[in-house]
Design a protein around this ligand. Sequence first.
Ligand code: HAM
Length: 476
Amino acid sequence: MIMPKQKIKAKDKEKKTKRKTGAATESAEKKLKTYALLRGMHDVLPREEKYWKNLYHIAENLAEHFQFSRIETPILEEANLFIRSIGKGTDVVDKEMYIFEDRDSNRVALRPEITASAARAYIMHGMWNMTQPVKLWYWGPAFRYDRPQAGRFRQFNQVGFETFGDADPSADAELILVAHNFYKDLGLPVEIHVNSLGAPEERQRYKVSLVEYYRSKRSYLCDDCKQRLNKNPLRLLDCKQERCQPVKEDAPQIIDWLEEESKNHFTKVLEYLDELDVPYVLRATLVRGLDYYTRTVFEVFPAVSEAEAAVGLGEASQSAGRQSALGGGGRYDLLVQEIGGRPAPAAGFSLGIERSVSALKQYMDVNQIKPAVQKFDAFMAQLGDHARRRALKAINELRNSGLKIDYNFSKNSLKSQLETANSLQVPYALILGQKEVQDGTIIIRDMESGVQEIVDQKKMENLLKKKLSRFDDSRK
Ligand code: HAM
């Protein structure tokens, strides 16, 4: 069909306007579109860095001292590794795993924890052939599709320590000691709760009596507990609902179901802890949320300080704390075998970084403790283009010689640069202006007295080091 000319023109015009308005909406959309985080995910911002760095530093030092070697495993693993290790019927496996098929139809999962991966690596790399025990530590993200709330994220970070190939109670105690030292070094008072879950047969017999007891109290239980009765009876002891507490208090205790060998193991762990002066709380209802544990289990909670108790935060934070452990772990003698390795006893623990940082901040807040500021040896102030160029070079030279120099090249006025130097509490400011660049000199200003000295740039490093040496003890 042939269209008349006017019609063609009208159509073209329509198309053009459409294109124009379309482009306009698109560009408006482009401008407006901002992206939010996925639910349960969070950014770790620069203001948090000092805490994170400190925690990493403490973990690294402890690892070196207690001879744990760093292992890094992939975030993505075969889904079955976690299903078999952690166990069907646990919340982590049934409700919280990020599972999907990759492009080759492999069923993979974002790791919900790192112990199973460490055990997989132990088997896969023949670490059972090495001198035992093999002690590993890790730091990295884990993923759980949990209902997000305070202290509960869908991506969070764990630092963990695992000992493979050692069945002795001293290995359990050593791990609890490392966890204790971690928070001691951090300056955060904690409580460590311990219990023993015995061997699988002992636990099985205990479960029968637990279910029998809870069945007789069924009408008093919350709906979740009614389900736990059939699905995962040990988790009955974990219930936080008010109405279930009286039932829980009178429940049979697993310790009474332990045979001689398990009892002896637990007693020895506790004796070691006494000897090491590691305080602990015996908690008969501590069961942990993962299936692989045998014998010793433990969890770490923030302790309620005197100051918190005094300002009435005691009970609130105590109960909040009870719900969110900072970390936990225990012995898992059957896991390596369960996932296809030669039998190898093992034990370990992981600490949540986000929860530890948040508990530390809360503790510092309540106790009015200020975070330590990074200490610089000097602040480099500059005036003008030439001076800035020379200053950058000087900063690099000083850094190479081991000095810590701060600077801010976005500021041009000397006054504001010296104000920054003052707020950083640096002992010295180095000042470079046009004149100094021409003369090959630099001004060293004592920030406390305000006294300034013009020195040869070549002598600056030695002179600054000499001046700083008088602070040797106090600036460490
Ligand atoms: P877990 O108790 O499941 O144990 O996790 C250890 C810690 O990770 C918790 O105490 C908590 O601080 C942190 N965490 C867990 N889930 C979340 C979450 N959704 N958001 C924020 N933090 C969380 C384990 O993962 C075992 N692999 C521990 C272990 C190591 N057992 C033997 N070796």
